[in-house]
Design a protein around this ligand. Sequence first.
Ligand SMILES: *Cc1c(COP(=O)(O)O)cnc(C)c1O
Length: 387
Amino acid sequence: MHFEFANRVKNLPPYLFAAIDKMKQETLSRGVDLIDLSIGDPDIATPRHIVNAMKTAVEKPLHHRYPSYEGMFSYREAVADWYKRRFSVSLDPQKEVLSLIGSKEGIGHIPLAFVNPGDVVLVPSPGYPVYPVATLFAGGECHFMPLLEENSFLPDFSVIPEAALRKAKLMFINYPNNPTSAVAHAGFYKDAITLAKKYNIIICHDAAYSEIYYDGKRPMSYLELEGASEVGVEFHSLSKTYNMTGWRIGFVAGNSEILAGLGKVKTNLDSGVFQAVQEAAITALKTDDEELSAIRNVYQARKDTLYEGLKKSGFHLIKPEATFYLWAKVPPQFDSSGFVAQILERAAVLATPGNGFGKPGEGYVRFALTVSVERIKEAVDRINKAL
Ligand SMILES: *Cc1c(COP(=O)(O)O)cnc(C)c1O
């Protein structure tokens, strides 16, 4: 028998990390001591008090039943309290917060609620690959907004063709940004809101990295801006903030009509987040800032080590203000893939080629700060010797 994939799967963009994955497997199978700086997944454990809250919650039979798709009211209240404390933003937990099975789930589903075949979605490039794929699955067309170094890795709205703006239903933006580590400020968000109002576009701001920041400079929330929730929503994740990637819980906050649209899709496809996980997440959202500072300090030490180390070697680097990534230009004799192959082969260090996040990422490489300072020092030494 032959089972033919549907066009939406056949037409997926080529998976640019496939060649790298293969090289990684080959390297590991040779027993080489690989330093893997390609993984956007914290190596630090979930804080103890959150694990303990889960242990207690999982014992309660009440939590063993189907959860509601929109999330427990107590969880949504905890989200609203966190927004108030962290950003001074007031949210109605009943209508302006929705639980997600990780923010990837919500990002992946939202185009299904608002995008018809032929509609345009504005997508940053380089960017998180879920934005274009979710667009294509909904039958939409991506208009890519290049994130260029000369524009501080912010999209330049003035170069988007009028025709694309007229057909646009939705725009994804993501700050602090993966992969470039750039942060956005009020002026940029204001411009985005003005554009969205003019052309009736839904803004989907992905703030997964808002709590992984450096030098005490706390990134702002999109929802802090006036008019933000008239045109948009903000996706958040507990994954990066509390080292909870495996737990699968996030949320989206903002415009209640937009959330209702996403909710319609979700009620028909999923049955929400395990309530014990939601209870643990309530505990997580109440974590005091000292504990989170300790996590940030770990990344800060790693970031400083990698940044200073590669800078000494002559690399052109973007100094991260946030996220646990370092975005660097590859040396001029290489392209992204060639450089990644070279340091994998000659230094057993794995990084992610920038072009894997979209064409404008060509010429860059992303290093993830998800290994210890000692391993990062070793990686820098090895890269120096290999080049
Ligand atoms: C990690 C990440 C997410 C989401 O992670 P979840 O675990 O699904 O909450 C969303 N956006 C970006 C840009 C990410 O890097």
